[in-house]
Design a protein around this ligand. Sequence first.
Ligand SMILES: Cc1cc2nc3c(=O)[nH]c(=O)nc-3n(C[C@H](O)[C@H](O)[C@H](O)COP(=O)(O)O)c2cc1C
Length: 368
Amino acid sequence: MPGNSFGQFFRVTTWGESHGPALGAVIDGCPPRLPLTEQVIQEALDKRRPGKGGAAETTRKEPDRVEILSGVFEGLTTGTPISLMIRNRDARSRSYDHIKDIFRPGHGDYTYLKRFGIRDYRGGGRSSGRETAARVAAGAVAQLVLDLAGIRVHAYTISLGGVHAEVRDLERVNENRLFCPDTKAAERMEERVVEAKKAGDSLGGIVEIRAEGVPAGLGDPVFDKLDAEIAGAIMSIGAVKGVEIGSGFRAAESTGSKNNDPIRPEGFLSNNAGGILAGISNGEPLVARAAVKPIPSIRIEQDTIDTAGQPVKLSVKGRHDVSAIPRIVPVMKAMMQLVLADALLRRFSMEITDNCKLIKDRDNGRLV
Ligand SMILES: Cc1cc2nc3c(=O)[nH]c(=O)nc-3n(C[C@H](O)[C@H](O)[C@H](O)COP(=O)(O)O)c2cc1C
């Protein structure tokens, strides 16, 4: 099955199913001599782990312990493939028996069977949200590359179930379970989640991703534009149905005089471009937003068909999230980290010696 690898110079392949023995990632192209421990990856994984986000989440209890199988020696990356594994500990496959021959509306059941002629119905196999644990693990490794350039990536919830964050206080993001920068809005979001859960329904929302410290000049022309790569990376996450960069869809209703970001000798006066012009970073923060649809597996009964094409009514049982938010938030961050690590390594070669880092422009060999 193609389609499981991402990136050119920092190349990540994820593998494994939601109800198999384990899942993981293989990273090829990570520079040598970067400090990497399981703890560094674990901290990122703990943010995505099921059972952390309160009422919004599945009751599946996964410790999500990462094991580094290769590519690290004495706490440093060796430049060889880094293999990461996370064992599935709490997969209760029997609870999927009732959908064995039935397509869940909104999920990948119908299309996976059409594509492959076989499907792992236990939790959705590769189309499960659980696959994203491997991306988060890989994103933590990508951050080591970003650290060399001083890039920080933030992701947070700005809307859930129709409740919108009015403020963007990034200090508050890790203080509530929904990763919302507006504490008051987070409380109202929690209430919406509890209501939806009671009703057997699910909710969607919007996540904003912001990368700071991105130097001007990252990204390539035409097909490898930075915004195209970010959109593709974010869209590759299950349940994401829309991506915008900067002013995004609002730009369509604006005017050139309002939407352009005027430039003065001291810099850009606004950031409607979301940090990207002509597919290349302009030195401003990168800002993207993703629309996340409501979770497809719901208790409310819906019409569907079975694999013989017969109409059936389906109420999905088992342990499901009420919303992909908040667990999708660390996944969004990870995908931005992967895009930027790849873009950085395409532009610069990075060599780390005992006492310094050498960053060289690949186009002209100049030291940065
Ligand atoms: C972190 C995360 C958790 C998810 N949890 C669930 C879940 O518990 N139940 C479910 O039906 N879908 C869940 N999804 C959504 C499905 O994976 C997704 O809707 C499905 O693969 C169909 O793909 P599409 O929505 O991109 O078209 C989750 C997605 C993510 C990213």
